[in-house]
Design a protein around this ligand. Sequence first.
Ligand code: FNR
Length: 372
Amino acid sequence: DELPPLDLCLNLYDFEVVARKVLKGTAWAYYSSGADDEVTMRENNNAFGRIWFRPRILRDVSNINYSTSLLGCKSTLPIYITATALGKLGHPDGEKNLTIAAGREGIIQMIPTLASCSFEEIVDARVHDQQPQFFQLYVNSNRAITEKLIRRAEERGVKGLFVTVDAPQLGRREKDMRIKFEDVGSRVQNDGKDDVDRSQGAARAISSFIDPSLNWDDLNWLRSVTRMPIVLKGVQTWEDAVKAAELGLSGVVLSNHGGRQLDFARSGIEVLGEVVEALKQRGLFPNPMFQIFVDGGVRRASDVLKAVAMGATACGIGRPFLYAYSAYGPEGVQRAIQLLKAEMEMNMRLIGAPTLKDLEPNMVDVRALSTH
Ligand code: FNR
């Protein structure tokens, strides 16, 4: 099958259609799967469809500016590339495709603990010295390994540590489990012993080192080994978001891991409403030192603008970028980012918000968001 020309991809969904045709079975199964019945995975996207705009008119929208800053790092968009494991399943250059595209387009990439490329390869692929990157951390039962990862990240100039807290056990992704996993292509963190169980799909094969005993007390230890800002990735209630803010962490990602962990977890965008409300009540919002991120099902600039209007700093996008580089390399990811920039410009103009600061909560109608 011939690859459609890149300029025929007109939105982020188009990359999925192409990737489904060109990806190997194992890669498609691992990237596209969600947990159990995939209700949460679908809901992530559906939830955005229950938010409507209340655009304002007659505001000067001749100049649109959608640049922002995440944990003190400049970004051309309120969007970052979130961490997704096993980048080489889709393309021989793996995560480096994302590094290059992120650098060229001025957005931030979160490097996964379970990248297929080595951490050094990904850092060395930066297109310029000042290109900011974040690091996603799975905490290993062997804390010495984790400490080494954190120190190495800090030494190589990583600007933020995103600790994944929604995966004490990997979710059951049945599409993935039906395909025997052969080529990990990743430095599995098992102390060099090759005791990886390859009979249960890619996810299970690589996740055995993650420490299920991780708890709030461990955050003090994490803070003692790094000066990087720490963000909890995978917060799903206002209670935990408030706890993170009160502990003085730098933020939370409201996320359900792209619907790959607990099925029937709510979407990040739905959780955002209650989180902002609870933080406000306690005088913890707005707070530039505590940023709120949302990921899961974000496919259009309008999704991002809804989240920003509701109080998020930025949104993470996962699968579409994997699909884009699997088919087209870094240029595919650049195209996806450029499409988002164009959508951002048009939507902000039509909403009547020339900058992200002009997006107010009353520009979205969220009455239909929580209907269950
Ligand atoms: C992920 N995600 C993820 N998260 C994490 O903290 N560590 C990881 O190793 C991975 N790996 C991973 C692999 C794949 C193939 C996917 C699709 C996702 C979750 C990811 O960071 C993010 O939460 C979701 O991908 C966001 O949803 P969308 O944009 O994919 O819908």
